[in-house]
Write a protein that binds this ligand. Sequence first.
Ligand SMILES: [Zn+2]
Length: 313
Amino acid sequence: MITMLLKLLSEAGDEAVLSGSAARPYYGPVFDRLLKARILVEQAPLEDWDLCNECQCGLLARPVRPFGDRFRADCPLDASRDVVLERDDLRVFEISVAVLMGEIATAAGFDQPPVEIIKSLWCLGETRSGRGIYYGLNLASLNRSSLIAVIRQSNKAGQATIITQKASPATKQWLREAGIDHANVGDVIKPAENRLGFVFGHHALDAATGAPELIVQIKAAQIEWQGRSATFSHQIFPVFQRLLEKAGSRDAIASGPFLEDTSGREAKDLIRELRDQMKTAGFSDAESKSLIKTARNRGYFLGVDAESISVIG
Ligand SMILES: [Zn+2]
């Protein structure tokens, strides 16, 4: 739910509203809590409805009128284009960005209310080390140089991370050049069945600060990941190296035949053995599958971005 709201905000900015029909699949306890927390604020129900496609009726909108326990919006010209509406279809919810940012900052453990330092750019707070954490609602709408200037001005330690929806490689590039780290919303704010339905992952922010997420020691056939290490047998390590090689390419997926090349055994067996050796080293089954991922019918890939991997010879 929260993921959907943040996506909506990144597309429509702080004017974003949630329609009743878009909200309906989310109705339930989390939705009610968002209303109660006033992250979602219900507006007066719609009194008119969009015209039918390319209608020649000359109206600006079709008035909505009651129809039994439902509603209808008629086309003056063509009865086959009349629509019957449920009460839910007429509901409209405004997303209160300030309250939402406040909840994110609270989930992150920041004790000051967040501040919108320029339109669409929120300062959520500062970590203990003095790193400024920012949320960019819609990075594309922000002026690059004023964003850099305002972040530099508001953060004295000179360390900043901005959280946004997926940024383009070009955006990541200019942020990096300005000394601003970038983290994806989806990596930091994750759905959870807690009070408002999300958790804030600080480790995703640490990952964005440039420290490698995965370290591969080629000579020792060893990896370090999530604070633990695993050593692979020298028979199976070349398969891992093939995944690694693919991680740096445009399509990060290694096909079965590409992996099988190293041994003559079937790819699924090779992958199982890699995961088994991770488990022997203390990783869980789920962890082994989240580092060495399966792309159904296509092959396998490493669940770490190439730029977060450090390879030591
Ligand atoms: Zn019409």
